[in-house]
Design a protein around this ligand. Structure first.
Ligand code: FAD
Length: 321
């Protein structure tokens, strides 16, 4: 059985949740699982990566991994592949994952599948096509390693209690390689939980009518507590909120306990990002809005009239203990 590797993306606090999800999947596919962690903190991440199933962690601490966009990681990864011949490499469907996987594919000529929702064998994966209306199992052909970009949260991360052997990765970039370097970093001012991690998501669409009305969503999220605000692409494209609010096919996938949709029609491209929510509540003034076909609770009405009353009621119940 061939080795399965995971491209483990790192954040300031260690491996991102996607790395742990992908390792859990990798364990089901092979007894030989390794993680590739590139960037400051890679060595320190090995303990957690081992706990989730990496037998080996290829760890590169060179600051260039953080400074050079995509190329440094893809270059180091290509070197590791030539040396160790893994059969399959799983990547997260993040900006970094897509960037590195695409560059590696170009370097190796391997097969690359994006948007996978499952990998069932070293050469078979599941994805969704036609705006996610059809689920298909596809054969991964061509030379190894096969490269697969997996959607977030399609696997629940579970520790295996293992320990990883750490193998340092040196970086020697060719002098003539034109490099794109990060010149600045901006950290978003974060308040409240992350959209992908919140237990409750309060989302708004074009039916919110005007960007100034989105303050109602913030107020409801704050009143509920541990809730994040999301949005449809329609209002992201209109410039009402930044892209990181977007839920859906080209945005984030969320699976909260409760998803509240205000003034959202329920287009397929939005629904694929939130249909895994445990409970869906929709408020829309059109009784035929598609969102009602998947809502556990549907309210036909004006979101702008209902939201202030809902906020008042949640605040009243909270203060009553
Ligand atoms: C390739 C591709 C990728 C895409 N990716 C995404 C994605 O990731 N995420 C995403 O969201 N979309 C995505 N879209 C866009 C998607 O197709 C829809 O256009 C979008 O989701 C619609 O957003 P909306 O529901 O806010 O707007 P609309 O479809 O215009 O719906 C607005 C809704 O508000 C209701 N409404 C109006 N006024 C009120 C009121 N006062 N109170 C209550 N309800 C009211 C209306 O009845 C209507 O149902 C993508 C499209 C394409 C082609």
């Amino acid at each position: 059985m061939g080795a399965v590797w995971v491209y483990a993306e790192l954040g300031p606090d260690g491996p991102l949740p996607s790395a742990l999800e992908l390792l859990t999947k990798a364990r089901a596919l092979s007894d030989e699982v390794a993680a590739v962690a590139l960037g400051p903190g890679a060595g320190a991440a090995a303990e957690t990566l081992g706990e989730y199933g990496a037998g080996t962690v290829y760890a590169g601490e060179d600051p260039a991994f953080a400074e050079v966009v995509g190329q440094a990681a893809a270059h180091a990864l290509a070197g590791l592949v030539v040396e160790h011949h893994p059969s399959l490499i799983l990547f997260p469907s993040s900006q970094e994952g897509r960037d590195v996987a695409g560059r590696l594919q170009a370097a190796l000529g391997s097969t690359l599948l994006s948007n996978a929702t499952d990998v069932v064998a070293l050469d078979r994966a599941v994805t969704q096509i036609f705006g996610d209306t059809q689920i298909v199992e596809v054969a991964l052909e061509g030379p190894e390693p096969r490269l697969v970009l997996m959607r977030p949260k399609v696997v629940a991360a579970e520790p295996s209690g293992g320990r990883a052997a750490v193998r340092p990765v040196e970086l020697a970039l060719p002098a003539d390689l034109p490099l794109a370097r990060r010149v600045e970093r901006h950290a978003e001012a974060a308040s409240g939980p992350k959209l992908e991690e919140a237990r409750v998501v309060v989302s708004g669409g074009r039916g919110m009518q005007d960007p100034s009305n989105l303050a109602l969503l913030d107020r409801l999220a704050k009143a509920i507590g541990n809730a994040a605000v999301g949005a449809t692409r329609a209002i992201v494209d209109a410039g009402w909120v930044p892209y990181h609010y977007q839920v859906g096919q080209t945005g984030k996938t969320v699976k909260p306990d409760v998803y509240l949709a205000f003034g959202i029609s329920g287009a397929t491209q939005h629904v694929v990002g939130m249909k895994g929510s445990k409970r869906i509540v929709a408020v829309n003034k059109d009784p035929d809005a598609p969102i009602f076909s998947l809502a556990d609770l549907g309210v036909v009405g004006d979101a702008l009239a209902i939201l202030p009353k809902l906020i008042e009621e949640v605040e009243r119940r909270k203060s009553a203990g």
